[in-house]
Structures are given as C-alpha cells and as structure tokens.
Design a protein around this ligand. Structure first.
Ligand SMILES: [Zn+2]
Length: 144
C-alpha cells in the first residue's frame, strides 16, 4: 500500500468529524491520490449541497487553525468501546489505537499523522456532487 500523506490523513479525520457533528453524516470511503483526497459521506441532505460543503470547509479550517496537538491512546476494544465510536474497526481487532486531534476528535487509526494541526495548512474542497440520494462525494486539496 502506498504511504498516505500525514497532512492529508489528519485533515480527513477532522473533515469526517465535522460532517458527523454538523450533519450526522458518516464517512464511508476515502481515496488518497497524490494531491487530491476523495471522500464519500452518507447523509440525509436537508439543505442545499453548496451550503453543506461551505459549512464543512469553514468548520474544518477553524479546527485546523486552533493548533491542536495530535496524541494517541492505545487499549483493548472492550475498554474503549463505550467511550468512542469504533464502527469502522473490524470486529476481530482487539487492540485499538486511537488518534486524538485535540480532545474532541477521536478516531481509531494506525496511520501516520501530523503532530499538531498547524502543520496541515488549509483544506479546499474542489469538487462535490450527490452520487446517490443519500451519498455525497467530494474531493479536497490542502493549501498553505
Ligand atoms: Zn489516521
């Protein structure tokens, strides 16, 4: 597997968290390809897609600009399952590593990340469309 850019990877976690908080959306797929990152979200679209995208981009950049530290917590699934959302972790995985961006954004992940959000830059959502009634697809890039 090709190595994922830690900046893009960290930005994806923040964006996914923002979509979840603002729109109850769940990220269902992510593809990293050079400078672009493509993400699919499952959600019930209650307002125009343009507004959703603009809000998500703004909120993500606000969080990035907070210069949040990125830390890790590792533990047994049984201990973490009540505290965190572990739906994306296959059931057979018993030892889980969580990446924490600030205190609020906690994602099970073994990838590489930045050590502070100030390394990410800014996200810019370049394209977006509704690919199914309840699925939107977007691509974002990072700018300095
Ligand atoms: Zn990650």
């Amino acid at each position: 597997m090709r190595k994922i850019n830690p900046k893009q990877h960290s930005a994806e976690h923040i964006l996914a968290s923002v979509f979840n908080e603002l729109f109850k959306a769940r990220i269902t797929d992510t593809r990293f390809k050079d400078k672009k990152v493509r993400c699919d979200f499952h959600l019930n679209l209650n307002s125009p897609l343009e507004e959703v995208i603009q809000k998500a981009e703004e909120e993500t950049n606000k969080i990035i600009a907070k210069n949040l530290p990125v830390t890790y917590e590792e533990g047994k699934r049984e201990k973490l399952v009540d505290k965190y959302s572990l739906h994306r972790v296959p059931k057979e995985i018993k030892n889980i590593r969580l990446v924490k961006i600030g205190e609020e954004i906690v994602t099970p992940c073994r990838g590489e990340h930045v050590s502070n959000t100030n390394e990410i830059g800014k996200i810019k959502i370049r394209t977006f469309n509704q690919i199914k009634p309840d699925v939107i697809r977007l691509t974002f890039v990072l700018e300095n």
